[in-house]
Design a protein around this ligand. Structure first.
Ligand SMILES: C[S@@+](CC[C@H](N)C(=O)[O-])C[C@H]1O[C@@H](n2cnc3c(N)ncnc32)[C@H](O)[C@@H]1O
Length: 374
């Protein structure tokens, strides 16, 4: 086996960002709702897990076919070469989902796929009794959409947003993958000044610093597929060497994270230290009304409170108004704000250059983008 088909899963609205990252790694992605598929050599599994900043996880596609009956699902599953992926002692729990399909009982689909894989593996690995399932973990998923069943194995383990640096967090932290996307959706470059005036646990500044120094976001964590025999250890070593070579630890950065809450500044600074970036980001306790733009052409990227509770509405309206008054006085700055607050542009005092619908977890938000005048 030389090549595999991979799916990088993505939050809705971020598919194009993930596809761009996949292309930058040298693969040729096809984009569908929430998934980015591509064919690649096996070495892409370590590389994608290490480097994709915005994808949720990376799965291997074992097979895809139209199925309308349980028999068809069983036969399809059993005909696939699971033995090339799952070792003799491998654990293979099966999860599932079904949407707009004749086979809608997810628990039955899971049980059938489990049975078909077990039969196939017993036959191919020459196991007489039950499969032992004492070894490495291979999380299988059966996903049926409009009668097309896709069988995949997860290569990531914990979601890719778990970079390993967030040892503390505030009330409404951003997922690291979304924070990275917010930075990648701007024109910010490592040499530009960047301020997050609502930094909370520091996710945006930390992700920006990782991007600015080209540090692979998965560098400090492990992945479930590291235990798999069919991925040679050499591929993991090569991917880590590549990440080490491409990191630009000498790149100076001008990133500031500030927050009204001094406790969050302590949390942010501890998280940055955990990420190995302690000297690279300046943290300070400050309310947004004290923000002073001392030079031109900087970037504000922020995830302020959204005012989801009625009692907070006036507070956030005033907050957006304050931010708008500061930013609208220097139009060389670019401002990027994510919020679910529908009247944001009115309070901020200016129509955004561009808006992008994004989901922050289950909350529908807009990413308001004000491009600075050069
Ligand atoms: C949604 S949280 C930001 C979460 C952050 N992105 C993270 O990943 O942890 C909003 C932050 O805005 C801060 N905040 C609220 N009012 C503020 C103000 N007037 N000035 C500055 N920060 C404020 C809160 O303390 C809170 O940490």
């Amino acid at each position: 086996m030389n090549e595999v088909t991979l799916i990088a899963t993505s939050a809705m609205g971020l598919e194009a960002v993930v596809a761009k990252e996949v292309r930058q790694l040298g693969y040729d992605p096809v984009v569908e709702n929430g998934k980015i598929s591509f064919t690649a050599p096996i070495s892409a599994i370590p590389r994608c897990n290490l480097w994709l900043r915005v994808a949720d996880r990376v799965r291997i596609v074992i097979g895809e076919e139209k199925v309308e009956t349980f028999d068809e699902l069983f036969e399809m599953t059993k005909a696939l070469s699971w033995e090339k992926f799952i070792s003799e002692d491998g654990k293979f729990p099966v999860t599932g989902k079904s949407h707009k399909s004749k086979l809608f009982s997810v628990s039955d689909c899971q049980a059938i796929v489990k049975k078909a894989i077990a039969e196939r593996l017993k036959l191919k690995h020459g196991v007489a009794s039950k499969m032992p399932e004492t070894g490495a973990l291979y999380k299988v998923e059966v996903s049926i959409l409009k009668d097309i069943a896709t069988l995949t194995i997860d290569t990531s383990g914990e979601g890719l947003h778990k970079r390993g640096y967030r040892i503390g967090q505030g009330e409404a932290p951003l997922k690291e993958t979304l924070a990275a996307a917010l930075v990648l959706l701007t024109n910010w470059k490592a040499t530009d000044l960047l301020i997050d005036p609502f930094c909370g646990s520091g996710t945006i500044p930390i992700e920006a610093a990782l991007i600015g120094q080209n540090i692979a976001p998965g560098f400090n964590r492990s992945f479930v597929s590291e235990d798999w025999k069919f991925i040679k250890q050499r591929y993991w070593n090569e991917a880590l060497d590549e990440a080490e070579q491409l990191a630009n630890y000498d790149q100076p950065l001008r990133i500031i994270g500030s927050d009204i809450d001094h406790k969050m500044i302590e949390v942010s600074s501890n998280n940055a230290m955990e990420a190995g970036l302690s000297d690279l980001i300046q943290w300070k306790q400050m309310q947004v009304s004290d923000l002073v733009l001392k030079e031109d052409n900087g970037y504000v990227i922020g995830n302020p409170p959204y005012g989801e509770r009625i009692k907070d509405k006036n507070y956030v309206a005033h907050l957006y108004n304050t931010l708008g008054n500061i930013m609208n006085n220097n139009k060389t700055w670019s401002t990027y704000i994510i919020t679910s607050y529908k009247e944001f542009e009115k309070e901020y005092g200016r129509k955004a250059t561009k808006k992008r619908k994004l989901f922050n977890g289950f909350i529908e938000t807009n990413y308001y983008q004000y491009y600075g005048r050069k």
